[in-house]
Design a protein around this ligand. Structure first.
Ligand SMILES: Cc1ncc(C[n+]2csc(CCOP(=O)(O)OP(=O)(O)O)c2C)c(N)n1
Ligand SMILES: [Mg+2]
Length: 336
């Protein structure tokens, strides 16, 4: 841990930083349990884990209000949890059970829970971007003061839907924030074979005319502060905002395993990112500011218990009845 990082912790709001750490740990606790139990064969859908890249999700989840909306991607567990999602509803959904947040119809890549402003994840890269912009248009028309947040990966920048949506958002000055998690890969393809090296993602976004910034997504506190400012910008009516946060997934693109043996990324690169664990970093900053090791251990034990309870709930829940397949998930009146 560089001394400068510890020094940065001096200006921290300790309550907010503690909540940020809690959100990251909650994501990791449940995702590590998914990884450990995936082999049991009861989670019958593909899962894309965010272990190692919890920083941007937790930072945005904390900066947004509960009523603000978010949409996300195939790698959406972290965003749902960060937005205040229910672990039981999420695990039951991954088990395909009727008690799941999408009533067992969606699985890991189709999480939706309007009670926490989570308007859905979809598996088609770029697909949720126009949905998030549409939510912002609704918010603007209704003048309800809400902001919508679009989580997207570096791969989604290469989709036409991204550019069409951003263009429209800028044109109409919509209250939408784009949080781009640049983990440098789209499946096995590194950024270097997909985008020119001298054109950073955030610069490309900025060229569309919105307020754009970038930062280290594994520095969760700095990410939170930067996102807070952009949420305020969007909420004030000044137009859309974009942030690119660099980070790294530890496990394979899809599934519970590690896949460095495949050779698409270097072991040294992986190791360097592991040493920049966003959770360890913030925890060290909080310990430096007086939090106790004991407190941290108790927090982890209680999160593990919450995750275990979510798995027990999912296992004990029934599968949906066949007729459920023909029933709409939400009534018209549930729309924003
Ligand atoms: C339109 C479309 N093209 C390709 C795919 C296959 N695919 C699934 S995830 C993924 C990688 C996306 O990369 P990124 O947006 O950076 O997200 P990450 O997986 O790194 O979180 C791809 C290409 C898809 N689902 N949809
Ligand atoms: Mg990526």
């Amino acid at each position: 841990m560089p001394e400068v990082a510890l020094a940065q912790s001096v200006g921290m709001d300790l309550a907010a930083a503690g909540e940020l750490l809690h959100r990251m740990k909650r994501i990791r606790a449940v995702e590590e349990m998914i990884a450990a139990r995936y082999g049991e064969g009861k989670m019958r859908c593909p899962t894309h884990l965010s272990v190692g890249q919890e920083g941007p999700a937790a930072a945005a989840g904390l900066a947004l209000g509960v009523a603000d909306q978010a949409v996300s991607t195939h790698r959406g567990h972290a965003h749902y949890i960060a937005k205040g999602g229910d672990l039981k509803g999420m695990i039951a959904e991954i088990y395909g059970k009727a008690t799941g947040c999408s009533r067992g119809k969606g699985g890991s890549m189709h999480l939706i829970d309007l009670s926490v402003g989570f308007y859905g994840t979809t598996a088609i890269v770029g697909n949720s971007i126009p949905v998030g912009v549409g939510l912002a248009l609704t918010n603007q028309i209704k003048r309800n003061g809400l902001v919508s947040c679009v989580f997207l990966g570096d791969g989604a920048i290469e989709e036409g839907a991204f550019h069409e949506s951003v263009n429209f958002a800028v044109l109409r000055r919509l209250p939408v924030l784009f949080v781009c998690e640049n983990n440098f890969f789209s499946v096995y393809s590194p950024l270097s074979v997909r985008q020119p090296p001298d054109r950073p993602i955030w610069k490309l976004a900025e060229a569309h005319g919105l307020r754009a910034s970038h930062g280290d997504g594994n520095d969760a506190w700095a990410s939170y502060r930067a996102i807070q400012e952009l949420v305020d910008h969007a909420r004030s009516g000044a137009g859309p905002a974009f942030i690119e946060l660099s980070t790294y997934r530890w496990r394979e693109h899809c599934g519970p395993n590690f896949d460095n043996d495949l050779g698409y990324r270097r072991q040294e690169e992986y190791q360097a990112w592991r040493e920049r664990d966003p959770i360890a970093r913030l925890q060290k900053q909080l310990l430096f500011r007086g939090a106790s090791q004991d407190q941290m251990e108790r927090q982890e034990a209680s999160l593990k218990e919450e995750a275990e309870e979510a798995f027990r709930f999912a296992e004990a829940s029934p599968f949906p009845a066949a007729e459920e397949a023909y029933r709409q998930l939400f009534a018209e009146s549930d729309q924003p």
